[in-house]
Design a protein around this ligand. Structure first.
Ligand code: HAM
Length: 426
């Protein structure tokens, strides 16, 4: 259904916009989280926004809400079923296999940032287009690597000044102990008085039932057997080593043996970062090992581990802590030309300043001095360059400190150096 031609459009339901000045915060958060991955040697991977639907069905798991209820799936004009990516790991695996990255140096370390799509019920912190920064380390099954991945997320959050979060961690076991645990859990669940839907879920993926938020189900499953108590010797040793590495790194954690992630591919180390200032949607990041995923998607039997951090929720978490990371200033210098000749010269001066790496804007549209100075103040700039017709004749420009109001003439020929010196001092 299309809108009547004279009404304004709004963004699709549950999809956030980031517009200035708030968008600066979004970018600073995303870049800060990405930087933490860069510092550990993760290379950028840019993935398609949509993939074959089958990739997610097979990779993420048919029993998950993400696949069964939340995917944006449609037939393209060639009648292929495609899906807007609901998460990043399956796509990364597909690309690693397709480009044979797994035939080179291991681990393959990749990071990505961008939008993902889930048809969830929108609420505070839960969007239908969500932004993540993620990393994946593929091909080495080493507890030290698990700890590295977790420590990168922790460092990323802390580099933004965030500290009101906790890391929850558990192990979901491996090939040798999971099947037995699954049987044990199913045995327990089938002894309960479950409704038909829940019973079916218990058949497909019994772990999902432990994630059921309904109070009566929670109560019934309170005494369910836990994976952590039934780990194989190897999985237990792996988990203990991860924790020892985290201790050595000074990354605090709490073990949560009842953690259930929303995606089916996890094995062994599994974790979530939870922020207390966010209400119901408290997960600011999560991840874990997925040792069977590559093989399941037609590749070699290689292990992998990674995380996805929710950028939107990290922005909200910072706000909840009353913190900001972005500078509110759009530019450092604001040019105020008075008259056409002055404007023509100011445009050139602005280009020279930008070339020197100084963020500069100019008052356009022939505004008077008052309006232009107001614009200079609003821009957040520290300096205004005031250029009148007389100044132009004399070859000078007024350098005005917007904090103190002091103004002095400087030679137009030397303006880049003078501005640079002023900003350097401040
Ligand atoms: P995930 O836990 O589904 O994991 O998502 C990661 C993060 O994305 C969540 O912790 C949350 O902060 C954010 N997020 C998820 N859904 C929404 C939403 N509807 N609105 C706002 N934020 C949201 C994954 O996606 C895995 N691919 C992570 C991973 C990478 N595991 C291994 N490697």
């Amino acid at each position: 259904m299309s809108k009547p031609s004279n009404t304004a459009f709004s963004a699709p339901k549950g999809v956030p916009d980031y517009v200035p000045p708030a968008s600066a915060e979004f970018v600073a958060v995303r870049d800060g989280l990405t930087r933490a991955a860069r510092l550990a040697g993760y290379g950028h991977i840019e993935l398609p926004i949509f993939e074959d639907t089958g990739l997610f069905a097979r990779g993420v798991g048919e029993s998950t809400d993400v696949v069964s209820k939340e995917m944006y799936t449609f037939a393209d004009r060639g009648d292929r079923s495609v899906t807007l990516r609901p998460e990043g790991t399956a796509g990364v695996m597909r690309a690693v296999i397709e480009h044979s990255l797994d035939r080179g140096q291991l681990p393959v370390k990749l990071s990505y940032a961008g939008p993902f799509f889930r048809y969830e019920r929108p609420q505070a912190g839960r969007y239908r287009q969500l932004q993540q920064v993620g990393i994946e380390a593929i091909g080495v099954d080493d507890p030290a690597l698990d700890a590295e991945v977790i420590a990168i997320a922790d460092a990323g959050f802390r580099s933004l000044g965030l500290d009101g979060f906790r890391l929850e961690i558990t192990s979901l076991g491996d090939d040798t102990c999971r099947p037995q645990y699954r049987e044990l859990l199913q045995e327990f669940l089938f002894s309960l008085d479950l409704d038909e839907d829940t019973r079916r879920r218990a058949e497909i993926n019994p772990l999902r039932v432990l994630d059921d938020k309904r109070p009566h189900v929670k109560e019934m499953t309170a005494g369910a057997p836990l994976m952590l108590d039934h780990l194989s010797e190897e999985a237990k040793a792996h988990f203990d080593e991860v924790l020892a590495h985290l201790d050595a790194l000074g990354v605090p954690y709490v073990v949560n043996p009842r953690m259930v992630r929303g995606l089916d591919y996890y094995t062994k180390t599994t974790f979530e970062f939870v922020h207390d200032g966010l209400g119901a949607q408290s997960g600011i990041g999560g991840g874990g090992r997925y040792d069977g995923l590559m093989e399941q998607l037609g590749g070699q039997p290689l292990s992998g581990i990674g995380f996805g951090i929710g950028v939107d929720r990290t922005v909200l978490a910072l706000a909840a802590e009353g913190k900001t990371v972005a500078s509110p200033a759009r530019c450092e210098v604001f040019g105020v030309p008075l008259g056409d000749d002055a404007r023509a010269r100011m445009v050139v001066v602005a280009a020279q300043l930008r070339q020197a790496g100084i963020r500069t804007d100019v008052a356009y549209g022939g505004r008077g001095l008052k309006g232009a100075m107001k614009a200079a103040d609003r821009s957040g700039a520290r300096l205004a360059l005031v250029l009148g017709e007389r100044d132009l004749e004399e070859g000078v420009v007024g350098l005005k400190d917007l904090a103190t109001g002091d103004q002095r003439p400087v030679p137009l020929d030397d303006v880049v150096a003078q501005v640079g010196a002023f900003l350097g001092e401040g």
